[in-house]
Ligand binder design. Structure first.
Ligand code: F0G
Length: 459
């Protein structure tokens, strides 16, 4: 008989936070009051919260100890210098500007680099990133490979950039109208899919030949590095830390939402290699965030982040983190329920188009499925489809994306395997009753990032 050897979470639990499940009648009332938008639910009404992996992870005892070493000086906090040192060591960028979270770094870099009429190519859009590019006068252009838009395609690096699409754009618009290319690692909207180092090196070469910069959205860079180690020939024996640093070395600047990979509840930064750009960013950060040595973060939060970065690239951590997502994905897949494949790094993405083929996209299938899932057992996911896509900035029409998904996002170090089992069972129960789902209509829609605050009614 084969001797099976499982791996387990590389931690034990020291403190617990009770969760509770309210009754179905209470959930019905809660989702109605939330306008069928899971962002508008109160967290006390949620049983297992898979809304996001952003700021929802559990910190380690080391990080909590670091919190006690917060140097809350307005200027020149010790924790800033520690954070700067760690970012230089682990990511290799020269200058850092702390920000309260990722979108603040996106705001600064967009305002500094994009001019009215510019085009900003990227490997699929992210909601806040694209909005800041548009607010700065730019137009986002998707240059990800076509495979990324197909939930069934098994390409191991669905976040790769289509070099032909990128070069065609550069030739059509002229390199002077392209301030930079956004390269995201572990592309969120594609389902947590990685970019390969081979592709990134080719993108670097192409950009060099036209003098175009690369800005790296490094929110989930360690998760991407883990997939490279697993899948890309030649990297099997590299450490995740070395792969992370190699990725960063191929880019000119980075925006980071530290609330994901880096294991903190709040924080982010802008990282730069260009001194001139750094000086301009320091000047902007005092207007919108705070002094350049805290940028909207408390000293204690910068300390927790410095420690979180070192933990995020540890092999046993990242194996267990991505492994838990794979566990849930495999379970749902085995039930015959359509999900995005390959299973991503930070969540399992239910394919609402294939689960609810009786709903056309204007009936908001993913939003409807997320609401139904909450109703079944209090599990909160998030719509990543037409509602998240928003409207075309010129025509005002809905943008209908190919991917119409519900994201079940797994916080890091928070839930156990038993929670994952409960989630899979609930997804199955909803799947069996899927024909009863009739779709939703907008009843309120805000101007920016509408998925956060829109309200809906059942059709
Ligand atoms: N880039 C990516 C790839 C992200 O996933 C996020 C946030 C941001 C930038 C913005 O960072 O929230 O710190 O301002 N994603 C969250 C999510 C909101 O749920 O996926 P932020």
């Amino acid at each position: 008989m084969q001797n099976k050897r499982s791996w387990a979470e590389p931690y034990k639990i020291k403190m617990v936070e009770p969760v509770r499940m309210i009754t179905r009648e209470q959930r019905q009332k809660a989702i109605e009051e939330a306008g069928y938008n899971t962002f508008l639910l109160r967290s006390r009404d949620v049983y297992i919260d898979l809304l996001t992996d952003s700021g929802t992870s559990a910190m380690s005892d080391r990080q909590w100890a670091g919190m006690m070493l917060g140097d809350e000086a307005y200027a020149g906090s010790e924790n800033f210098y520690h954070l700067e040192e760690v970012i230089r060591e682990y990511y290799g960028y020269t200058y850092i500007v702390p920000t309260h979270q990722g979108r603040a770094a996106e705001h600064i870099i967009s305002q500094l680099m994009i001019k009215e009429g510019d085009f900003v190519p990227g490997n699929m859009y992210f909601t806040t990133t694209r909005l800041h590019q548009e607010l700065a006068g730019g137009t986002f252009v998707d240059v990800i490979i076509d495979e990324a838009h197909d939930p069934e395609n098994q390409h191991p690096f669905k976040a790769n950039i289509d070099l032909q699409k990128l070069e065609d754009l550069i030739k059509e618009k002229g390199p002077e109208r392209i301030p930079y290319v956004t390269v995201s690692t572990s592309v969120n909207m594609a389902g947590g899919q990685p970019i390969s180092l081979e592709n990134l090196r080719q993108v670097r070469q192409l950009c060099n030949s036209y003098g175009i910069k690369i800005v790296h959205d490094m929110t989930r860079v360690a998760e991407n590095a883990w997939f490279i180690k697993q899948r890309e020939p030649g990297f099997e024996n590299w450490t995740v830390a070395a792969i992370v640093k190699e990725i960063c070395s191929l880019t000119d600047a980075a925006t980071m939402s530290a609330k994901k990979d880096a294991l903190v509840n709040i924080g982010g930064f802008l990282a730069l290699n260009d001194e001139n750009l750094y000086n301009l960013a320091c000047n902007m950060v005092v207007v919108y965030e705070g002094l350049h040595t805290y940028g909207g973060m408390a000293g204690r939060d910068m300390e927790a982040l410095a420690i979180g970065i070192t933990e995020s690239v540890q092999e046993d951590h990242i194996r267990a983190r991505v492994g838990q997502v794979q566990y849930l994905g495999e379970k749902i897949k085995a039930m015959g329920i359509p999900i995005v494949e390959p299973i991503g790094s930070h969540g399992v993405f239910l394919d609402a188009k294939r689960i609810l083929p009786h709903l056309s996209q204007d009936k908001l299938p993913a939003q409807s499925l997320a609401a139904a899932l909450y109703l079944d057992a209090g599990i909160r996911g998030m719509e990543r489809g037409v509602v998240s896509s928003g409207r075309n900035k010129d025509t005002g029409e809905h943008i209908y994306p190919k991917l119409e998904l519900v994201r079940l996002t797994i916080p890091r170090r928070v839930y156990t395997q038993a929670h994952m089992d409960v989630v899979a069972e609930s997804v199955q129960a909803v799947y069996e009753e899927r024909e009863a789902i009739t779709g939703l209509n907008f009843v309120y829609e805000p101007e920016y990032l509408r998925f956060f605050q829109s309200r809906f009614a059942v059709i």
